[in-house]
Design a protein around this ligand. Structure first.
Ligand SMILES: Nc1ncnc2c1ncn2[C@@H]1O[C@H](COP(=O)(O)OP(=O)(O)OP(=O)(O)O)[C@@H](O)[C@H]1O
Ligand SMILES: [Mg+2]
Length: 578
């Protein structure tokens, strides 16, 4: 787990190493001070030797300055490396998320990924900085200071030794108790982020259903829960400080008690006792730091786990080695395909799908909601992989193609589509970055989008809001079709992509596609019979299976579901176009 994260350290290995070196240097300077202090007290004051006092005093100043410089340098390197490390981690995670397949994305929720990219990484950054600064410093201080203390008075040093295991045991106890709380806290963070993300994205729906109060309540609950767990955890962590204080003062008491005896008895000088006490303080301070580090590690451990989970998640869909990089034509074949979204679910979402679409054909797909239309067509550009059987494009299994080639040549307008913030032109060029303005316009014309784009004051430079909320539903659909056309695909799939477009415009789009792109295989998923009735042939889906295939007339003649849909739409007046 830590190894996975360590890979992101990269160029910050050196600064991290320097941090530890400078911290060690700082410690080696610090431990000299009490020793010199004792010298001044015992020799300087004892003999009133001003020259000696000044000499040692100056040396102490010099050492203190050096120690400070090393400390500052250590601090600088530690903040550089921890901020850099966090930056690398963020980039690495983001890069990996971009390789995720739809299946991977289904597994992690969007809000959880965001928490991991933000809160979790900040936690790791803080912990990493603390650890870097302390991992060498604390043990070095303890060892050096103890050695110097033992050198000053071995007996007294041994008396102090008993306190250390007691403190250590208490610290481990605290860590053990507090750990489960932090694991819980991050799960709740996910929930909180989910609420926020959902509500902000769907703010228009929230408002139209006047759900503000309910949503505030939902947020409050999520937030309260985090507060509650944090308070529980902090209550335990808060014990850390008083326990350490007790440890510090009781050891001081021991030192004073025995030390005073030794001084009176003559086996220790007053200067030695003073320096001994200073060493004691250094040791206890370091123990305190170690205890804080323990807490930090515990807090960040849950984060480390969550971040490395994303880093080690492999895309369930990858291009094969020696992938085929060319697709000759738009022929599609399904051979006894079954598919399910979750391996563990008992029922397949698609069953026994076998069909063959010749290159250049126009095929309609119709069926009730949830009948598996989207599931079926998603298998062609390999947004998901089949569970059984195989899908072929241009005679080759889709799994043999390079993913980029496949998705460029099989252009799919998703049912749940989005535009991104930016100009219309930029959005359309997602289909093909190198497209000239004329090419973009041509695609827009085919999708019947050119005229309304021209009608905007800024035309193609009109800025779209995030998600494309400043255009109408039907306009948005036409823009997404234009974007897909710019790919110059061999296969074009429209998943319910004209549902918000009026029937007249819908017809014009189909006609334009038919006339201008005769060689492109076109698959049109629709709820309206009028959208597909002129297709070469039509597939009727029902409960994940193909219920019937044939031309409009054949299906009207034989297929019950098709007849029913037709009847209902005639009665509803939807079939009467123009
Ligand atoms: N990402 C997903 N994860 C799990 N199950 C899913 C997912 N998407 C769809 N399903 C399930 O698969 C089944 C088929 O859904 P699909 O989206 O293919 O239907 P559809 O025919 O496209 O419906 P609609 O006309 O409403 O778009 C449904 O039972 C649905 O609940
Ligand atoms: Mg669908």
């Amino acid at each position: 787990m830590y190894k996975t994260l360590g890979k992101s350290l990269r160029q910050y290995k050196k600064p991290s190493f320097f941090t530890m070196v400078f911290m060690a240097l700082e410690v080696s300077m610090e431990v000299m001070l009490p020793f010199l202090m004792a010298k001044i007290l015992d020799r300087g004051f004892g003999t009133q030797d001003i020259g000696y006092i000044l000499k040692i005093g100056l040396l102490m100043c010099l050492i203190a300055c050096l120690s400070m410089t090393f400390g500052i340098l250590g601090g600088k390197f530690s903040s550089d490396s921890s901020a850099g490390f966090a930056g690398n981690l963020r980039e690495d995670i983001y890069k990996n998320i971009q390789t995720f397949s739809f299946e991977n994305i289904d597994r992690f929720s969007a809000s959880s990924l965001i928490t991991r990219l933000t809160t979790d990484i900040t936690n790791i950054q803080n912990a990493f900085q603390m650890v870097l600064k302390t991992i060498i410093r604390a043990p070095f201080t303890i060892i050096f200071a103890f050695t110097m203390a033992a050198y000053t008075n071995t007996k007294l040093a041994l008396d102090i030794l008993i306190i250390i295991p007691v403190v250590a045991a208490i610290l481990i106890g605290i860590v053990y108790k507090v750990h489960p709380y932090f694991i819980q806290v991050f799960r709740k963070y996910d929930r909180l982020n989910q609420t926020v993300q959902e509500d902000i994205n769907g703010v228009r729906v929230v408002k139209s259903y006047v759900r503000e109060d309910k949503e505030i309540e939902k947020f409050k609950q999520a937030s309260e829960e985090i507060k509650r767990i944090f308070m529980k955890a902090e209550k335990i962590i808060a014990l850390n400080s008083p326990i350490m204080q007790i440890a510090i003062y009781s050891s001081l008491l021991i030192v004073y008690w025995f030390g005073a005896k030794y001084v009176v008895g003559g086996s220790m000088s007053a200067g030695e006792l003073t320096s001994f006490i200073m060493y004691m303080m250094q040791i206890l301070n370091s123990l305190m730091m170690v205890s804080m580090i323990f807490v930090m590690i515990v807090i960040s451990e849950a984060s480390v786990e969550r971040v490395s989970e994303v880093l080690t998640e492999n895309s369930t869909l990858t291009s094969p080695r020696n992938a085929t990089k060319e697709i000759e034509n738009g022929e599609i074949e399904f051979k006894d395909v079954a598919f399910k979204y979750h391996d563990q679910s008992a029922e397949s979402d698609l069953k026994h799908i076998s069909l063959r679409i010749s290159s250049g054909e126009t095929v309609g797909i119709i069926g009730g909601t949830g009948s598996g239309k989207t599931s079926l067509i998603q298998l062609i550009p390999r947004l998901y992989d089949v569970s059984e059987g195989a899908v072929y494009v241009s005679g080759n299994n889709v799994k043999d193609y390079d993913l980029v080639t496949l998705r460029d040549q099989v252009s799919m307008v998703l049912q749940k589509n989005t535009l991104f913030s930016g100009t219309i032109l930029e959005n359309l060029r997602w289909g093909n970055e190198e497209a000239t303005f004329e090419e973009v316009r041509h695609a827009a014309k085919l999708a019947q989008a050119d005229s309304f784009i021209q009608a905007f004051p800024d035309g193609y430079e009109t800025i779209l809001d995030q998600g494309g909320t400043n255009v109408s539903g039907g306009q948005k659909q036409r823009l997404t079709i234009a974007r897909a056309l710019l790919k110059n695909p061999k296969i074009l799939i429209l998943d319910d992509s004209t549902s918000a477009v009026d029937t007249k415009t819908d017809r014009r789009i189909r006609q334009a596609l038919l006339e201008e792109l005769p060689d492109v295989t076109k698959i049109i998923v629709a709820q309206r019979i009028s959208s597909i009735q002129e297709a070469d042939w039509i597939i009727v889906m029902d409960e994940g299976k193909i219920n019937g295939m044939g031309t409009h007339e054949e299906l009207l003649d034989k297929n019950k579901i098709y007849q029913e849909v037709y009847e209902s739409q005639i009665k509803g007046g939807r079939i009467s176009e123009e």
